[in-house]
Design a protein around this ligand. Structure first.
Ligand code: ASP
Ligand code: MG
Length: 406
């Protein structure tokens, strides 16, 4: 084709109402006018997906996952059609497709399906006919023609996967913020927009609570080296580029501070201290599909110990049920659940080569009289669990101490 090919993804907030759909349409048309080939991926309007989930739960508190996918995929089908109509109104040619129509083939793990392959023929044909192609995000189809969805926030994955498959020059993620910030500007007004960030840092930030992009989509972008540009759908300024490597990145020790209030802490007390016990507990959790995050085992006293771990708040109930049974079987004691926790983390590839970052973080928290409940580290992040009421203070103090403020 020779022309520049751009994949543009518009998130739910960017198409939340008629005005915003029209705004998205004129941005897309403006880009088309400059001569690019454009494939657009759209999410459901506003919080449609949440509303559909609520509705399903009113009908059946334990809905079939296959039917859930049938239901949720309708959200994106509405947005692609409306966006196509808005583009037509501007005098440009556009055509909308569902995930199934453009051959986004997935496995059959309903509500969290993985993309196996994408047949891009239909898209390429429409592009050749000079049309703007609009694809429903977040959905695919199995080889048996069952509709699937790719997990919450999955439109990002659709966009990245299409960008990879079509060898796009750019993958733009349009959203309601200007890009990736050094921390949440709602918590710290002095937060700065980051110009360039690595896949690894973004991945770490996403898994630690930054909600701008779906973590899986960044994994895929990293794997296939798809450069991503996260930017505002309401402003012209460029946003944040997510790429493989940032020059001079070693000079920056900490790139961002994140906060996650979405976890609960479960403590199993008086766990017998002998080989195989931890394996038993965590195997049971894994078997029931509960993913565990931080784990801390206390120093053993009198041949028993306490094990604490965190899980996603939404999985706490399920985890508790599993743990109660497991605790009985292994002869452990009381189980405590603490929902009053927050995880505050610092992220930066630079910390690999700078000693003393953890000590500095703990010092900042101590100076602010904030007690640390649990600690965990990766090679580019350090997380502390603190009491929820101190979370924002901790974020601001760390953001300031690591020199991130404007
Ligand atoms: N509409 C879906 C969700 O809310 C997918 C997305 O927005 O990316 O999770
Ligand atoms: Mg969304």
């Amino acid at each position: 084709m020779g022309k520049k090919l751009i994949v543009q993804k518009f998130g739910g907030s960017s198409v939340a109402n008629v005005l915003r759909i029209q705004n998205a349409a004129s941005r897309i048309a403006g880009c088309k006018k400059k001569g690019a080939s454009i494939v657009v991926v759209v999410s459901a309007l506003g919080n449609t997906t949440d509303k559909l989930i609520e509705l399903a739960n009113k009908i059946n508190t334990n809905p079939s996952e296959r039917e859930m996918d049938m239901l949720l995929s309708t959200g994106e089908q509405i947005s692609v059609a409306l966006l196509a109509m808005a583009i037509h109104k501007l005098g440009y040619e556009a055509i909308s497709f569902t995930g199934a129509q453009v051959g986004i083939i997935t496995d059959s793990a309903h509500t969290r399906a993985r993309i196996i392959r994408i047949n891009t023929d239909k898209i390429k044909e429409a592009l050749k006919a000079n049309k703007i192609v609009i694809v429903a995000g977040f959905q695919g189809v199995t080889l048996d023609q069952d509709i699937t969805t790719l997990g919450r926030g999955g439109s990002d994955l659709t966009a990245v996967a299409l960008a990879k498959e079509l060898k796009a020059d750019e993958c733009e993620i349009y959203t309601d913020v200007k890009g990736i910030y050094t921390t949440d500007p709602k918590i710290e007004p002095k937060a700065k927009k980051i110009g360039l960030i690595t896949y690894d840092e973004m991945l770490e930030m996403a898994s630690l609570g930054a909600q701008v992009m779906q973590a899986r989509s960044i994994e895929v972008a990293k794997k296939f080296d798809v450069p991503i540009h996260v930017r505002s759908s309401f402003e012209k300024d460029s946003g944040t580029w997510i790429i493989k490597e940032v020059k001079n990145m070693e000079e920056v020790v900490v790139s961002a501070v994140t906060l996650n209030k979405g976890e609960s802490k479960i403590t199993v007390s008086n766990v017998p201290d002998r080989p195989g016990i931890a394996a038993k507990i965590f195997n049971e959790l894994a078997a029931k599909g509960v993913s565990v995050d931080m784990i801390v085992q206390n120093v053993s006293h009198l041949r028993s110990t306490d094990i604490s771990f965190t899980v996603n708040k939404t999985e706490a109930k399920k985890a508790l049920k599993v743990i109660k049974k497991a605790a009985r079987n292994i002869g452990a004691g009381e189980i405590l659940v603490d929902t009053d926790i927050a995880r505050v983390s610092i992220v930066g590839v630079g910390m690999k080569s700078h000693p003393g970052v953890a000590a500095k973080m703990f010092g900042v928290l101590a100076k602010n009289k904030i007690n640390i409940g649990m600690i965990s580290t990766s090679n580019i992040s350090i997380s502390c669990i603190v009491q929820k009421k101190f979370a924002e203070v901790a974020v601001r103090a760390l953001h300031d101490s690591f020199g991130l403020a404007k």
